[in-house]
Design a protein around this ligand. Structure first.
Ligand code: ATR
Length: 287
């Protein structure tokens, strides 16, 4: 790597930041394509976020990824926000264009690209249950609705949060039906019988022994069970789905595709996803 005064700077702001595998993915692409760029991780405390965001302009960085816990807080510090990111209520990518900071959200795109590629699943006319109603649920639901899903059911522990999401999205996507439900087993049993896809967007599954107690056994045999958690690569939910003979789809591809989309927004270049995947798998072994 030859760093010069011309080297363009990309990076990620988060707190804590030590678990991120984004630098490994992006620097692998930069190396493979022989670009004069570098992607760096920055640990930014919430109290320093404003100064750090101003630094993007001050230093003349090309762009930045934003991760936990800054995805929402960063929105008020930007010059403009894409319609999709505004609807989702979170930004994961900032472009520095002529000293104007524009916020985007590539998470939903990443999810749909991953399920299309890994499972040959086209959301058009499908019935889908999303578990969770946070920022990740909003990103995934928006992208699935944009791709023509027939019906999206938001199932959340706190029903009022699911209700709020449904209220906004119904207006925004009139061609998709939305419904909010709780996570009670008897309710899930009824809804699970005719869905094509189940997506876990809650954080349950990140810890080794965690699993949402949900009746996967009543799903159609053709249904796909998807988990956006990527560490562990195969969550207990996916292991259970696999045992039941259901297609199980993990979260690593979503991470890769959201990264590829961010890279495209910053550089105009299509990132080779196979290079990103290889680097991500290697990096996961070290964190
Ligand atoms: P993100 O922006 O990553 O989606 P979030 O906004 O904190 O994160 O949302 C986390 C989601 O996981 C929520 O839907 C949360 O449910 P509540 O709205 O009821 O809090 C869900 N979640 C977290 N822990 C959970 C658990 N143990 N059981 C069920 N749902 C859980």
């Amino acid at each position: 790597m030859n760093i010069t005064a011309k080297t363009k700077i990309l990076g990620i702001f988060g707190y804590p930041i030590r678990h991120t595998i984004s630098p490994a993915m992006h620097n692998a692409v930069i190396k493979a394509l022989r670009l004069d760029m570098i992607y760096l991780p920055f640990e930014i405390k919430p109290s320093n976020l404003r100064d750090a965001v101003n630094g993007i302009k001050g230093i003349g960085m090309l762009g930045i990824n934003i991760t936990i816990p800054h995805k929402e807080a960063v929105m008020k510090l930007l010059d403009d926000i894409s319609e999709e990111a505004r609807l989702i209520g979170a930004v994961n990518t900032i472009i520095n264009k002529d000293s104007r900071l524009i916020g985007h959200n590539t998470d939903g795109y990443g999810y749909v690209a991953s399920i299309k590629e890994d499972c040959k699943f086209n959301p058009k006319d499908k019935i889908i249950i999303i578990l969770g109603a946070g920022g990740a649920a909003r990103a995934v639901s928006a992208a699935l609705a944009k791709s023509g899903a027939k019906k999206i059911i938001i199932a959340n522990r706190t029903l009022s949060r699911a209700d709020n999401l449904v209220k906004t999205f119904k207006r925004k996507f009139p061609d998709t039906k939305f419904e909010a439900i709780g996570l009670e087993e008897d309710i899930l049993r009824t809804y699970f019988q005719d869905i094509n896809l189940l997506v876990n967007t809650t954080s349950v599954g990140m810890e080794k022994n965690e699993i949402l107690e949900i009746p996967l056994e009543v799903l159609l045999k053709t249904a796909i069970v998807s988990d956006i958690v990527y560490n562990p690569l195969q969550t207990l939910l996916l292991k259970k789905a696999d045992k039941l003979g259901l297609a199980a789809h993990g979260g690593l591809s979503m991470l890769i595709h959201q990264g590829a989309k961010s890279f495209k927004l910053w550089t105009g270049i299509d990132a080779p996803v196979n290079v990103m995947r290889k680097a991500a798998l290697k990096a996961l072994k070290t964190i």
